[in-house]
Design a protein around this ligand. Structure first.
Ligand SMILES: [Zn+2]
Ligand SMILES: [Zn+2]
Length: 826
C-alpha cells in the first residue's frame, strides 16, 4: 500500500517559516508557506515543492504562515490556494504591506525585495475561499476541510483526507476564548496523523482574566501619573484584544477614560475583524450590531492616527495610550514611538506578546531586567529609562490544552512542530503517557513516511434528506441529531448539512434557516455551531425542578479559602466549570459535595485540570522559606507534576523533608530543592551513537560559554549525511576562531562535531558600532557601510574624532566583533 509522506520545509523547531508538504498517491498539497522574521534566511526550503503542487492550503493570516507564499507563487503561478474568507482578506493586507515595505527598503538600502505588489495581486487571484467544515475536493480522491481553531480571525486547522489516511494540521490554535474569537473545539475529524503546534509546550498560562485587569489598571495608573504608555502589538489579533480590553474597562468604569491612539497596520485589520462578524464571538457580534464598529464606535477616546504627521503631535501632547504595530518593535509605527518613549522615565512600554530571540522587543525586556544597557532601534542605541511590563495575553493553547486536544483525537502518529527552545521536547514528554501514538519531532528538510490508516475508522451516517428541501424538514434533522448524539452536543452547520445531504446551501444561509426553524439554538461558544432542541411538548431531556440557583450553593460550600480562581456556568447546558489554584487537591475535597449538590439538578461539573502556575510557584517558595531556606527561583515541570526550587544553600534534611511534605499536601505536586548552581550533565543523556542528547549538548555549550566575553547567539543542529553537526553562530567567524580550543573540547565532551557558522551577523555588528559611537558621543552621519569580505565596517561621522578616542573605540569594536572599524569624516 502506498503510504503518506510529510516533508517539513520549515517551522519545526522554530516559530517562523511554517510549511509542510503532504504527498499521497493522488495529490501533493502544501500546508502554509511562511517566512522567518528577523532570521538570516527568511524562506522555508521551497525547492522541496518544486515537483509541482495540486493545492496550497493556509491555516491563518500570520506572516510566519503566509509570508513566503508570493515567492512560491512566482514559480507555481497556477496552483490554487485554499483558505477561509477572513484569511484571504488578511493575506491581502499583510502581504500587500510587506511588499510595500520591501519596495521602500530597496530604495534605501539596495536590498532586493522578495516579491512585489504585482506578484501579490496575481497570487490573490488564485485564492479560493473555503467555508469552515465544508470539504474541498482536490484531485480525484483527496479532500481538505478547514476547522476553526481560535488564535486569530479565520484561523483554522486543516484536515486532509485521502485513501491512504487522514492528517490534521493544527496550525496555530487557541483553546480558551479570547475577546475577539472563540477558542477551538475538538474538530469532527479523527486523524491518523496529528501535526500539532507546540509554541507553549513547556508552559501553562497565567489566569487570563487577571492579566487583562492588570494591563488596564497599570496603563491607567501610569497615565494618571502624567506618563505616556506604548503598547506594541501584533497588528492581527493582539492589537484587537488590547483595544477591546481597554474599551471594556472604560465602559464599565473600572478605569477612567483616557485617549487611546491606534496606529500602524492595526487600523485596517480592525476593519477586517468587523466585516467578518460571522467568525467572531457571539458577544462581539452583538456589539457590532449595536454600535457598528466595536473598536472605534462607542468610546470616543479611542482614536485612529490619521497620518504619520500626527505622531509628533501625539508625543508632544497630553498623557495617553498608544497601540501600534509591530509587536516586536522590529518595524512600523511602534518603533517611532519607542524611540521617543524608551528614555522617558515617566513612560511605560507594555509588552503583550511573543518576542523573538533576536528582536528589539526581547532586548527591551532584557534591558528592563538590567541584563543589557540599551535598546537598539533601527541602528541607534537608546538608554532604557521608561518602565517596562510584560503581560500574558496568549493566543496559543498552553501545554495542558495541547495535551488535552491530542488525547481526545487519539491519532496513530503525533508530529510536533512550531516550537522553539525546550517547548517541543517538554510537550513530547508530557504526551508520552497519553494515547497519541508515535511522537515525532522532525527538523526542517526531513520527511516522515507514515503507516497511514489506523484501525477502527468511524463510519459515516448516510444522508437522511433524500432530496427533500431542508427548510420544511428542520425538525426531522433536529430529531435525528438528538438520536445520534443527544441534546447536549453541538454540531457544526456543515456537519448538519452533510447529515441531511444538502449540498447547495451556503453555510450562513443554512445557519439562519436552522435557527429560524426554532429547532436549533446557536452554540454560545463558537460560530457555525448549533445545538438541536427537542420538539415543543416533548418531555424535557433533563429532569429539572426549577430550584434556587445551584451555583450559589456550590460557591458557599467551597468557601473563600479553597483557592477557587474562576468559575463559569453554562446554564443552557447545565454545566459548571471550576478553576482552582491546586485542582488535584480541590478535586479530592469537593467532588462528593459537587455530586451531591448538582447531580439531582441534572447539572454536570468539571474541575479544570491545570493548576494556577503563579500560585503554584509562590506556594513552593513559601514552603522552602517557612523552613528557613533562601529560595531563589521556582520552576514548574508539569510533565512530572513537580516544582523545582533553587536555593542559595542546602537545607537541613529534616527541614527539606518537611517542606516537601507541606507542599505535596497543599498542591499534590512534588517539590525538588536544588542548590544553585545546579546544572550537571545527566549521565543517561548519551544516545546510542555516543553523542550527548541534543538538548544536553546545548546545555553543555551554554555552560562552557557562561561568563565568556562572547557567547554564541544561536545554536542549531545542521543536518548532514553522518548524523549532522552542531553549528554555533558567533557575531563573526573571526570571533569564533578565538574559541577554537573551547569548541574542540566541547566536540570531545559531547561527541558532536561542532563548527562555527560561516556568516557574520551583519545586523549586530552595525548595532555594536552604533552603540559604541553613542557611548563616545560621536554623531553618526548615516547608516554604516558593511564590507563582509574585508571584515570592515565604515562609519560616516560628522566631525573628526580625536585620535586617542578613535583608537580606543576601534579597538573595542575589534574585540567585540572581529571586524575593523573605519571612521570616515564626510
Ligand atoms: Zn499565528
Ligand atoms: Zn505561527
Amino acid at each position: 500500500m502506498v503510504r503518506m509522506r510529510i516533508t517539513f520545509l520549515g517551522g519545526t523547531d522554530e516559530i517562523g517559516a511554517s510549511a509542510l508538504l503532504v504527498e499521497t498517491a493522488g495529490a501533493r498539497i502544501l500546508v502554509d508557506c511562511g517566512i522567518r522574521l528577523g532570521g538570516r534566511s527568511p524562506l522555508p526550503e521551497l525547492d522541496r515543492a518544486a515537483g509541482g503542487l495540486d493545492a496550497i492550503v493556509l491555516t491563518h493570516g500570520h506572516l510566519d504562515h503566509i509570508g513566503a507564499l508570493p515567492v512560491l507563487h512566482r514559480s507555481l503561478p497556477h496552483v490554487p490556494v485554499y483558505a477561509t474568507p477572513p484569511t484571504i482578506a488578511l493575506a491581502r493586507v499583510m502581504l500587500g504591506d510587506a511588499a510595500k515595505i520591501m519596495a521602500q527598503e530597496q530604495e534605501r538600502e539596495e536590498e532586493l525585495p522578495l516579491y512585489s505588489a504585482q506578484t501579490v495581486a496575481s497570487l490573490l487571484e488564485r485564492m479560493v475561499p473555503a467555508s469552515p467544515g465544508v470539504p474541498e475536493r482536490i484531485g480525484s480522491d483527496v479532500s481538505v476541510t478547514l476547522f476553526l481553531s481560535g488564535h486569530i480571525l479565520g484561523a483554522a486547522a486543516a484536515g486532509i483526507e485521502s485513501p491512504e489516511g487522514r492528517i490534521l494540521v493544527s496550525g496555530d490554535i487557541s483553546w480558551t476564548d479570547q475577546l475577539t474569537v472563540a477558542g477551538m473545539g475538538v474538530p469532527q475529524f479523527r486523524p491518523d496523523t496529528l501535526v500539532l503546534e507546540s509554541t507553549y509546550g513547556d508552559r501553562l498560562h497565567a489566569d487570563r482574566g487577571r492579566q487583562e485587569e492588570q494591563l488596564a489598571a497599570e496603563i491607567s495608573a501610569r497615565i494618571a501619573q502624567g506618563g505616556k504608555v506604548l503598547i506594541p502589538a501584533f497588528a492581527v489579533g493582539r492589537a484587537q484584544e488590547v483595544l477591546l480590553i481597554l474599551r471594556r474597562a472604560m465602559r464599565l468604569g473600572r478605569i477612567p477614560r483616557f485617549t487611546t491612539w491606534v496606529d500602524g497596520l492595526v487600523r485596517p485589520v480592525c476593519g477586517l475583524y468587523t466585516s467578518f462578524a460571522a467568525f467572531l464571538r457571539p458577544k462581539l457580534r452583538e456589539l457590532i450590531e449595536k454600535v457598528n464598529d466595536p473598536f472605534f464606535g462607542d468610546v470616543e477616546e479611542i482614536k485612529p492616527v490619521a497620518s504619520p504627521a500626527q505622531r509628533k503631535e501625539i508625543l508632544a501632547g497630553p498623557p495617553c495610550a498608544i497601540i501600534a504595530s509591530s509587536g516586536m518593535l522590529s518595524g512600523g509605527a511602534s518603533v517611532f514611538y519607542a524611540r521617543a518613549l524608551a528614555g522617558d522615565p515617566a513612560a511605560l512600554i507594555a509588552v503583550t506578546g511573543y518576542q523573538d530571540e533576536e528582536s528589539p522587543g526581547r532586548q527591551l525586556l532584557a534591558a528592563a531586567e538590567g541584563q543589557t544597557a540599551s535598546l537598539t532601534l533601527q541602528g541607534t542605541a537608546f538608554e532604557v529609562k521608561c518602565a517596562v511590563r510584560k503581560y500574558q495575553l496568549s493566543a496559543h493553547a498552553d501545554a495542558s490544552e495541547l495535551v488535552g486536544l491530542a488525547a481526545r483525537l487519539k491519532p496513530a502518529d503525533t508530529v510536533l512542530v512550531h516550537g522553539g527552545g525546550e517547548s517541543r521536547a517538554s510537550l513530547a514528554r508530557q504526551l508520552s503517557t497519553e494515547p497519541v501514538g508515535r511522537i515525532h519531532l522532525p527538523l526542517a528538510g526531513q520527511t516522515l513516511e507514515l503507516e497511514g490508516r489506523r484501525r477502527g475508522q468511524s463510519v459515516r451516517t448516510a444522508p437522511i434528506g433524500a432530496g427533500r428541501p431542508l427548510c420544511d424538514n428542520a425538525g426531522e434533522l433536529a430529531d435525528k441529531a438528538i438520536t445520534l448524539r443527544g441534546h447536549r452536543a453541538a454540531w457544526q452547520v456543515a456537519h448538519l448539512l452533510r447529515l441531511w445531504g444538502e449540498a447547495g446551501l451556503a453555510q450562513e444561509d443554512a445557519q439562519k434557516l436552522l435557527l429560524d426553524s426554532g429547532r436549533f439554538a446557536a452554540d454560545p461558544r463558537r460560530p457555525f455551531s448549533l445545538k438541536p432542541l427537542p420538539a415543543a411538548g416533548a418531555p424535557a431531556a433533563a429532569p429539572g425542578t426549577p430550584a434556587a440557583d445551584p451555583i450559589d450553593e456550590v460557591l458557599a460550600r467551597i468557601g473563600a479559602d479553597a483557592g477557587l480562581c474562576r468559575h463559569s456556568a453554562d446554564r443552557a447546558q447545565r454545566a459548571l466549570t471550576l478553576r482552582f489554584n491546586f485542582p488535584a487537591r480541590a478535586h479530592e475535597r469537593f467532588a462528593a459535595d459537587l455530586d451531591a449538590i448538582l447531580g439531582p439538578l441534572g447539572w454536570t461539573w468539571t474541575i479544570h485540570p491545570a493548576p494556577n502556575l503563579e500560585a503554584l510557584l509562590a506556594r513552593a517558595k513559601k514552603a522552602v522559606e517557612d523552613r528557613g531556606g533562601a529560595a531563589l527561583k521556582a520552576s514548574a515541570h508539569m510533565d512530572r507534576t513537580e516544582v523545582v526550587v533553587r536555593v542559595a544553600a542546602d537545607l537541613d534534611p529534616a527541614d527539606a523533608a518537611a517542606a516537601r511534605e507541606a507542599f505535596a499536601r497543599d498542591t499534590a505536586f512534588a517539590l525538588a530543592i536544588e542548590v544553585q548552581p545546579s546544572y550537571c550533565l545527566p549521565k543517561t543523556a548519551r544516545r546510542a551513537d555516543g553523542r550527548l542528547e541534543i538538548n544536553a549538548a546545548f546545555n553543555a555549550i551554554d555552560q562552557a560559554f557562561a561568563g565568556a566575553p562572547h557567547t554564541p547567539y544561536k545554536k542549531s543542529l545542521a543536518h548532514g549525511p553522518d548524523g549532522g553537526a552542531i553549528e554555533l553562530a558567533f557575531i563573526s567567524p573571526a570571533v569564533a576562531e578565538r574559541y577554537r580550543d573551547v569548541l574542540d573540547a566541547l566536540g570531545h565532551d559531547t561527541g558532536w562535531p561542532i563548527r562555527a557558522a560561516a556568516a557574520p551577523n551583519q545586523h549586530r555588528i552595525k548595532e555594536i558600532a552604533a552603540t559604541l559611537a553613542q557611548e563616545y558621543g560621536i554623531a553618526v552621519r548615516k547608516n554604516p557601510s558593511y564590507f563582509g569580505a574585508q571584515r570592515l565596517l565604515r562609519l560616516p561621522v560628522n566631525d573628526i574624532v580625536a585620535p586617542d578616542k578613535a583608537a580606543e573605540l576601534t579597538r573595542r569594536f575589534e574585540d567585540a566583533t572581529g571586524f575593523t572599524l573605519d571612521l570616515v569624516k564626510e
